[in-house]
Design a protein around this ligand. Structure first.
Ligand code: ATP
Ligand code: MG
Length: 552
C-alpha cells in the first residue's frame, strides 16, 4: 500500500487508539461460519482484517464461527483455510468458537447468578408475539420471574439433555421496552440435539450468535472486531454481554459489505446454485467464490488490488464487476505468457515459401524484460482467423484482403494474391506470397503495414477446448429484483469453443497464465489432461471499466 494513500475510517480509528496508547498492539480476526465456500465479499473482509494486522504490526486470528451444528462441515473449514492462504495471508492462530463452549456455558451461568438471564418455556411463536414491534414495547412473561436457583437447575437440565428441541431457551433479562429489538430479552441458548462437526454429541444446547461472537472476541483479546453494517443493531448487546460478564472489552466496528453487479453474494444463495445444478460446483469459474475465481484464472494479486481499490465504505453500495475484471486484466498483462491461438481457422498457403519449415521465436511477454522467448514453427501452410479476412473490405481495413498486406506476428509480411472458394461461394483458402526480407527482428524490406495478425502453423497446431464465460445473471442486482433471484440466471453463460494453438501450449502448466493474442486471458482448467487440453477464459482483452470511467 502506498504511503500517500489516505487512511480508511477503520485505519483512522486504529491509529488513534495506538497513538493514545489504548492498545500496545492490535489483534483482529476473520470469523467465517464454515457453512459454505468463501466469496469475493469475504475476500474484502480478509484483506481488511489481515491488512490491518500487517500494516500495524499486529496479528490476525482465523476463527471459525461454528456455533450452528446443522449447516457446518469440515469440507468448508478446509476450503476456507486454502482460500485465505491462496489470497496470501497467514493467521496467528486458528481457533473455533466451539472450543469455547465450556467457557460460554460458564458465562451463561454467571449471568443467571447475577439475575441477568432466565430459562423461558415459551414457544418460538409466543416469544415472537411477546417481543412487540419497533414502535410498541414487548411484554415479559411469567418465566422471567423464575428465581436464580430454579434457572440454574433448568439450564443444567437443558445441558443434560432433559428437554427436546425448542422446549426451552435461555434468555438475557435486559429490557422488553428497549427501542432496539435485539435488547428485548434476547435468546442466548437454544436446545438442538444435533451432531457437531467438532464437539460431536457432547452438547445439545448451542449459544446464539450474539452470545458467542463477542465473547469469543473477548476470550482471544481481539481489539478491533470488524464486521458488516447489518450488525450495527447487535452492537449494544455485544457491549452489554461483555460489560455484565466483566471480560476483555473487545469493540465492534462496522463497514459496508461488498456487493457486485451481476452477482449474488450470500452463501445461502450460492449453495442453491450449486445444489440445483445451475453451476458445476462451488468452484465453477462463473461463481463469485474465491475457488471459482481461482479456477477461472484470477490471481491473488488482482483480488487484493480490487479490495484495495474499492476501499472501506460506511454505506452499502453496488460495485461494478467490470472493476474486478479491470484489476485482473492489469495484473495478467504484466505476468501472462503470450501465445497465439486461432479460434475459427482459415487456411493460408504461402506459395513462394520453401517446402521445409523453420523455427521462429517470439517474446513470452513484452511487459516483462526477463520473460524470455518461445519457439514457433512456421511453414507454407498456416491458419489465421476467418474474420481477419474480408473480400470486400471497407476503407481503413488493415487486416487481410485481396491484394493487401499484413504482418504475421513474429514472422513475415504476407500479401493476399488469390481467394479460393467452395461451390457455395464460401472462402476456404487464401493463396498468399511472403516477403523474405520482412522477417520480424531483421526486417530490411522497408515495407510498412498497419495490421498484425496472430496465426498458427497448420501442421502442428494443437486442438484445445476453450470455455468462454459470460455473466451468471442477466440483471445488475438479481437479489433486489422481484421474485426469485434464480429467475434472472443467464442460461447462456458458458460457451465451449475449439481453439488451434501453437505447439508450445503443450508445455502449459497449471499455474501458468496466458494471453491469447488479440483475444483475452486464459488459464488451464483443472479438468485439463494431456489428451484433452482445456482452457478457461478469465477475461477478454476489451476493457469496459476504463471506458465507463472516462465517460463519468
Ligand atoms: P453470507 O451472507 O454470504 O453467508 P456471512 O456474513 O454469513 O456471509 P460469514 O462466514 O459469517 O458469512 O462471514 C465471515 C466474515 O466475512 C464476517 O465478518 C462477515 O461480515 C464478512 N463478510 C461476509 N460477506 C461479506 C461481504 N459481502 N462483504 C464484506 N464482508 C463480508
Ligand atoms: Mg454469517
Amino acid at each position: 500500500m502506498s504511503e500517500e494513500k489516505s487512511l480508511n475510517f477503520i485505519e483512522e480509528i486504529v491509529e488513534e487508539h495506538l497513538k493514545e496508547g489504548k492498545y500496545k498492539s492490535i489483534l483482529t480476526r476473520f470469523p467465517p461460519e464454515p457453512n459454505g465456500y468463501l466469496h469475493i465479499g469475504h475476500a474484502k473482509s480478509i484483506c481488511l482484517n489481515f491488512g490491518l494486522g500487517i500494516k500495524y504490526n499486529g496479528k490476525t486470528n482465523l476463527r471459525f464461527d461454528d456455533t450452528n451444528p446443522v449447516t457446518e462441515d469440515t469440507e468448508y473449514v478446509d476450503s476456507i483455510k486454502e482460500d485465505i492462504q491462496w489470497l496470501g495471508f497467514n493467521w496467528a492462530n486458528e481457533f473455533y468458537a466451539s472450543d469455547y463452549f465450556d467457557t460460554l456455558y460458564e458465562y451463561a451461568v454467571k449471568l443467571i447468578k447475577k439475575g441477568l438471564a432466565y430459562v423461558d418455556d415459551s414457544t418460538a411463536e409466543e416469544i415472537a408475539a411477546q417481543k412487540g414491534t419497533p414502535t410498541q414495547p414487548g411484554t415479559r412473561n411469567k418465566y422471567a420471574e423464575r428465581i436464580v436457583a430454579e434457572n440454574l437447575q433448568l439450564f443444567a437440565d437443558m445441558k443434560a439433555g432433559k428437554y427436546k428441541d425448542g422446549e426451552k431457551v435461555l434468555r438475557a433479562k435486559i429490557d422488553m421496552a428497549d427501542p432496539n429489538m435485539h435488547m428485548r430479552d434476547p435468546i442466548l441458548y437454544r436446545i438442538k440435539h444435533a451432531h457437531h462437526h467438532r464437539t460431536g454429541d457432547k452438547w445439545c444446547i448451542y449459544p446464539m450468535y450474539d452470545f458467542a461472537h463477542g465473547q469469543s472476541d473477548s476470550i482471544e483479546n481481539i481489539t478491533h472486531s470488524i464486521c458488516t453494517l447489518e450488525f450495527i443493531p447487535h452492537r449494544p448487546l455485544y457491549d452489554w454481554c461483555i460489560e455484565k460478564l466483566e471480560i476483555f472489552p473487545s469493540k465492534q466496528y462496522e463497514f459496508a459489505r461488498l456487493n457486485l453487479t451481476y452477482t449474488v453474494m450470500s452463501k445461502r444463495k450460492l449453495l442453491q446454485l450449486v445444489n440445483e445444478n445451475h453451476v458445476s460446483g462451488w468452484d465453477d469459474p462463473r461463481m463469485p467464490t474465491i475457488s471459482g475465481l481461482r479456477r477461472r484464472g484470477y490471481t491473488p494479486e488482482s483480488i487484493r488490488d480490487f479490495c484495495d481499490r474499492i476501499g472501506v465504505a460506511k454505506r452499502d453500495n453496488l460495485i461494478d464487476v467490470s472493476l474486478l475484471e479491470f484489476c485482473v486484466r492489469e495484473h495478467l498483462n504484466k505476468v501472462a505468457l503470450r501465445r497465439m491461438v486461432v479460434f475459427d481457422p482459415l487456411k493460408i498457403t504461402i506459395t513462394n515459401y520453401p517446402e521445409a519449415s523453420e523455427t521462429l521465436t517470439s517474446e513470452n511477454n513484452p511487459e516483462d524484460p526477463n520473460g524470455g522467448v518461445r519457439e514457433i514453427p512456421f511453414s507454407k501452410e498456416i491458419l489465421i482467423e476467418k474474420d481477419d479476412f474480408m473480400e470486400n473490405p471497407p476503407k481503413k481495413y488493415f487486416r487481410l484482403a485481396p491484394g493487401q498486406m499484413v504482418r504475421l506476428k513474429s514472422a513475415y509480411i504476407i500479401k493476399c494474391d488469390e481467394v479460393i472458394k467452395d461451390a457455395a461461394g464460401n472462402v476456404t483458402e487464401l493463396k498468399c506470397s511472403y516477403i523474405p526480407e520482412s522477417k520480424s527482428g531483421s526486417d530490411t524490406s522497408g515495407i510498412h503495414v498497419k495490421g498484425t495478425l496472430h496465426w498458427v502453423n497448420a501442421a502442428d497446431a494443437v486442438k484445445v477446448e476453450v470455455r468462454e464465460y459470460d455473466r451468471l445473471f442477466k440483471t445488475e442486482d438479481p437479489s433486489s429484483e422481484e421474485g426469485d433471484f434464480k429467475d434472472y440466471i443467464n442460461t447462456n453463460s458458458l460457451n465451449i469453443v475449439t481453439g488451434y494453438a501453437e505447439p508450445s501450449i503443450l508445455d502449459a502448466y497449471d499455474k501458468d497464465r496466458f494471453q491469447f493474442l488479440r483475444k483475452g486471458y486464459y488459464s488451464l482448467d483443472k479438468d485439463s489432461t494431456k489428451e484433452k487440453i482445456i482452457f478457461n477464459r478469465t477475461v477478454t482483452l476489451k476493457d469496459t471499466w476504463a471506458k465507463e470511467v472516462k465517460k463519468a
